[in-house]
Design a protein around this ligand. Sequence first.
Ligand code: SF4
Length: 329
Amino acid sequence: MQSLVSVDQLEVHFAVRTGFMQSMFGKETPVVRAVDGVSFELGKGEILCLAGESGSGKTTTGKAILRLVEPTGGKVLYEGEDVRSYNRLRLRAFRQEAQIIFQDPYESLNPRQTVFSTVAEPLEVNNLCRSLAEKEERVAQALVDAGLHNPRELFLRYPHELSGGQRQRLAIAGALVLDPKFIVADEPVSMLDLSIRAGILKLMVDLRDKKGIGYLFITHDLSLAWLVSDRIAIMYLGKIVELGSADKVIKEPLHPYTRALVSVIPTPRRKVITQQSLLKGETPDPVNVPAGCRFHPRCPEAKPRCREAVPLYREVRPGHFAACHLLDS
Ligand code: SF4
């Protein structure tokens, strides 16, 4: 598959603001390692899922790829070009091709803008239409592509007059109107009712099939990841700990963290969640990343070595990568 986005050792570290007294006494400024050396490839027309608990760095990774937050290290190549080297003009063009869809459609939409002005705005900002008729045509087409029928009847409606599912479709239309090649979909269905989720996910897959859009699909819900993704990357505390085809990661997980996440996916046959399968404790503070394997304080299979040595992230089986000392042969 042709590469669309290539991420190499991406880092986003933030310095935490400390008080005057702390700086007076020369205390070191604590650093949040939100993304701490993430690497992966996303192919054209591929759906790659970044999954993990909240606080794992999934959203920051997505935003850093789009340069909505500035990376502090590593490389992001988009169609072979380093996005960190873009000048203002190239960054603007990149932002047309690479879009983001947020979790909460109500928050991401301006309640004072009609459906028409919401979808037309990116066209106006980028000066992409020569006439009102052309603009109306492109807005109507984007609404249809997002699964909203009779688009012209919706032009003068406001977001509060739409259902939750329609609002998320409107947000998707706002991204589609610029004909993107790459979309970061950040928990796009987690605020929606179960009955509406399937329709939005099917729309994403259909758009991939029809338009060849590549997605970075961010979710904490592994069952959704399995449903729509070609490959899944599992993140823990700023790092990818496992990556492989969706089927392999779910059916034959290699990493103890993935096994714990998979064990709580509800299935018709599994009615009771066993105590052993529940993860102990919370994700540690990314300011104080544990030494050795960063998962060791919560890992049910940890060995003394795990507290000292960082496990190597490597290809364990063809196309299936993981970082765990148990996999060292
Ligand atoms: Fe658990 Fe050790 Fe593997 Fe880390 S390296 S996941 S602590 S067994």
